[in-house]
Design a protein around this ligand. Structure first.
Ligand SMILES: [Zn+2]
Length: 346
């Protein structure tokens, strides 16, 4: 019987060695350690053996049983490890590879410039106000001294909203400038008024390096007693100094806008060539920044502000143009073409 036990042990361990799956290992366990296995039968039949034989065979059988259990546990562990390794390989999950880092978002260059300009004027006592993008003809043109048939309407390539009144008028449009918001502010605020109005404006125009059909403007308005051209010049001089640095020269020249009288155009000496003349400034040495002027008395009268008591100045600038001059960007279309390689630089 001892010999039989020895053969059983070597056969079983040999088989266990060849087992390659967790399913097979359960079969092996049933075969060699289960209730019906030869080893269990032998252990059960010990009582029927003579005392001397019983001790010897009993010891050997228990020893073999212990070996089986140890080897079984070891094999199970090895197979489980192998199984995990295979799974990891199948799913190509390399847990040693560092994860992708999430890059934080940033503000669009236009948003940054809008906020910077508003903050400069905010520090000078101006409030930030917004107006609607879809406007009435009255606010966009009529109230600003541009009645129907006025030639100044040709300056604005207008996008009209497909909306008709009973008498066939089409009075609704996408605002062509932020100036209509001036009228809205004056209508609901008695002077003194100091406001800057940032927002989108729309033009029915072919796009090129300097033209976009949608762009941002910032409009400014100050109405009070005793406001003169000197206040306009002082405020805008301080603004350019804060935005472009205090070494810049500032130039005011006469210009025409229907809703101001007199009107001026403000330029700074070229940021690229310091006034010597280059491609950026078209060899003039100057860069136009904004248009401004004293609010036309007719505009004040229309919003029930007495032009004999109150005067005011207004100004307006294109935000993208300011960004382009400050960062040396040569194509306005880059701002809204959603190319992250461009946007990430700001
Ligand atoms: Zn220049």
């Amino acid at each position: 019987m001892l010999k039989q036990l020895g053969e059983l042990a070597s056969k079983a361990l040999d088989e266990l060695n060849k087992v390659s799956g967790l399913k097979e290992i359960r079969t092996w366990q049933t075969r060699y350690l289960g209730k019906k296995s030869s080893l269990t039968q032998i252990l059960r039949s010990l009582a029927t053996l003579p005392a001397e034989e019983r001790r010897e065979i009993g010891a050997r059988a228990n020893e073999i049983k212990a070996t089986f259990e140890i080897e079984l546990a070891r094999k199970k562990k090895t197979l489980e490890k192998a199984k995990i390794a295979t799974l990891v390989k199948q799913e190509a999950l390399d847990i040693t590879l560092p994860g992708y880092s999430i890059s934080p978002g940033r503000l669009h260059p236009t948003t940054q410039t809008v906020r910077e300009i508003c903050s400069v004027f905010g520090n000078m006592g101006f409030q930030v106000v917004e107006g609607p993008d879809v406007e009435w003809d009255y606010y966009n043109f009529e109230a600003l001294n541009i009645p129907k048939s006025h030639p100044a309407r040709d300056m604005f390539a207008t996008l009209w909203v497909d909306f008709e009144t009973e008498n066939g008028d089409k009075p609704m449009l996408l605002r062509t400038h932020t100036s209509p918001a001036q009228i809205r502010v004056m209508e609901r605020t008695p002077p003194p008024i100091r406001a800057v109005i940032p927002g989108r404006v729309y033009r029915y125009e072919a796009t090129d390096a300097t033209h976009e059909w949608m762009l941002y403007q910032i409009e400014g308005l100050a109405v009070d007693k005793h406001i003169t051209m000197a206040d306009l010049k002082g405020t805008l001089f301080e603004f350019t100094r804060r935005l472009f640095g205090d070494k810049r020269k500032v130039r005011f020249r006469c210009d025409y806008f229907p809703f101001v009288e007199p009107g001026v155009e403000l330029a700074i000496d070229c940021t690229a060539c310091d006034g010597a003349g280059c491609r950026l400034c078209g060899n003039t040495g100057w860069l136009e920044i904004l248009g401004a002027g004293m609010v036309h008395p007719g505009v004040l009268r229309r919003v029930n502000i007495d032009p004999k008591t109150y005067t005011g100045f207004a100004f307006g600038m294109g935000v993208e143009r300011i960004s382009m001059l400050r960062y040396g960007i040569d194509d306005i279309r880059l701002f809204y073409s959603n190319d992250l390689r461009f946007l990430k630089q700001f």
